[in-house]
Design a protein around this ligand. Sequence first.
Ligand code: SF4
Length: 428
Amino acid sequence: MVDIVSPGIYTYGSLVLGGILKEKGHVVNITRKLESRGNATLLSLFSTLQLLDPKIIKFVASREDVYVGGPVGMCPEMVLGELNAKAVVIGEGEEIVSDLVTRGPEDLPGVAYKQDGKVTKTPPRPVASLDHAVPLIPEDLSQQSVRGANIYIETHRGCLGNCSFCQVPRFFGRSIRSRSIENIVAEVQELKRRGVRRVAVSGGTGSLFGYRSSINRDAFIEMLRALSSILGKRNLSVPDMRVDLVDEEVLSAIRDYTIGWVFFGLETGSERILRAMRKGVSVKDNREAIQLAKSLGVRVGGSFIVGYPGETRQDFEETMAFAEEAMLDDVFVSIAEPIPGTPLAAQVLANPDDELALYQEHCGDAKALKLSEAETRCFELMLHAESCKPVPRAITNDLYNAFLAEAKCQGSDIRRVIGLLKKYREHV
Ligand code: SF4
């Protein structure tokens, strides 16, 4: 028996690997708990912070058969240095997972393991086709909520973008590979049959589905129409979009076949910082996409990044002004997180700590809160964007404290991630 352990939440990747293993004749058990009983354990990890989780460290140390996969595979030296894993899958694992759990990592492409105390790595091989067996669907998937959806499914891989903080183009590449609509429809029908109600489409930018040399609106719209007819538009969302990959047709389809929301990665109101992030769009592009979406009746959320290396107080004030003007229905603010394998990680390592806002004491009006400059900007922008919403919530003590705790928690988590990056600096 093979156990798939996906701590905390069932990741889509873990369900897909479960379906592939089952199709190949394995008996598979999937769980969100740190427990396993089988002959081999696949551990799905999506965040660098999970490598520092004492419960995960203890779980892996208690077994000799743990194979780690997921986005953390971008830096296998870090995974093998922190966890007592038998091997790490580098990149896409669909084609090797059955052999891996049957006969171990030797001679397989896209794996890393320790041999005589040294890390041996083999080059990854992208999967030939993204169409796959129906995922393994756990009984309680319908009770899971990830940003309001029971599960985020994948329709394509890769991104044309090159944002410095993002792992997607480094993990999946910058060309787009899409699943067939038939394969996606079969999966969603099975999800619905097993009680799943709310499905979101992930993949960096939803409208890249079917992309060949240009956006394939027909394929994107056909896919939305097909999924909407199965789930109902209230249960389907395609939130993540690049502002330069939407137009009237794409946004109208989002309005007509989904819950009618988009979530743009706006990042900053500073032209200078957008360029530093290699975002490939301007503040004007962001502004126009928001206006277009609103004019078509699509509700707009946006995410911002603060504390990016080199961001000055003036850059931040421009972001505050942009958030005020944009009047977004929902806002997510994060402190710049250097994910291993990204240009941002290299940049953070190249900067002395005292040049990063995460390590600078805030000396302005909010000094009494005892936050770093990055945490202060995160907190201030959350408060400000909330008050600029078309229908703002009252800033109660509870909401104020929740924002404050969120900013502090992000700051402390990212400093821990940076500590880990420094430990493996020659590999990230
Ligand atoms: S557009 Fe989105 S998915 Fe693509 S590189 Fe930028 S942040 Fe990543």
